[in-house]
Design a protein around this ligand. Structure first.
Ligand code: HEM
Length: 211
């Protein structure tokens, strides 16, 4: 995994519970206290998983809740840090179709071609006129994070959308398959579009974005 993601996770831990909590997360994860993560470096996927589990323990959060909080923090960060990637897209669909390419941009220059291939394999997109079908394969099993972020992309663009997981590695499937349907501009009363997540919970899918 690119260092940007653990870097953000530790920044979130620090902003919500202070530097001692960051030290505790590293200790629990078996990571040196002076280890800092940078945008342009690789962190082993296994190390990310240890960090995330340690962050959940330290902040006393269920992983699903931690992913929701992390998704919020992540979107706030990337919309500020990389506004041009949002500006260059007119719709949620354009952005979500571009997302694997945004990820790949991070791999340029820091990974060998073989490593890049492996990273690229995490996301493959299939598109038809109506839907975008995302195939996600990763030992990190962050499909819930994907779903939450996809909904936030809809909010950002002031659109409605349905995000539904058809297959999921948490249920024993070999990959996660997420179907995304684009339902047009959100109206003032669009607060109740609902979708189910892979673990059966219902989550409000879209709200009007006043941007
Ligand atoms: C400007 C916006 C974004 C930036 C800069 C960004 C950047 C990144 C980077 C650098 C990674 C680490 C990739 C790796 O090492 O494998 C990552 C992981 C991830 N991103 Fe994004 N991302 C963005 C938007 C999104 C959106 C909109 C979604 C979902 C709709 C998303 C879903 C994910 C997921 C699920 C992972 C974890 C992949 C894994 O390791 O299994 N990202 N992101």
């Amino acid at each position: 995994m690119i260092g940007f993601i653990p870097k953000l996770l530790l920044a979130l831990v620090e902003s919500s519970a202070g530097p001692e909590a960051v030290a505790e997360v590293k200790r629990r994860a078996g990571i040196a206290e002076d280890r800092h993560y940078r945008l342009n470096e690789i962190c082993e996927d296994r190390q990310w998983r240890s960090l995330f589990a340690a962050a959940c323990q330290t902040l006393r959060l269920e992983p699903a809740r931690a992913e929701e909080i992390f998704a919020d923090y992540f979107m706030q960060d990337v919309t500020r840090r990389f506004p041009e990637w949002f500006r260059m897209c007119r719709t949620a669909r354009e952005f979500l179709e571009r997302q694997p390419r945004i990820h790949n941009a991070f791999f340029q220059g820091i990974l060998s071609p073989e490593q890049r291939e492996k990273m690229r394999d995490k996301f493959t997109l299939e598109a038809d006129q109506q839907d975008l079908i995302v195939h996600y394969r990763s030992d990190n099993q962050l499909c819930r994070l994907y779903e939450i972020l996809a909904r936030k992309v809809f909010e950002h663009f002031g659109e409605r959308g349905a995000v539904e997981q058809e297959r999921c590695t948490h249920r024993g499937d070999t990959e996660c398959v997420i179907r995304i349907r684009f339902l047009g501009k959100a109206g003032a009363n669009d607060h109740d579009s609902r979708n189910s997540t892979c673990d059966g919970r219902e989550v409000a899918a879209s709200r009007r974005a006043d941007r």
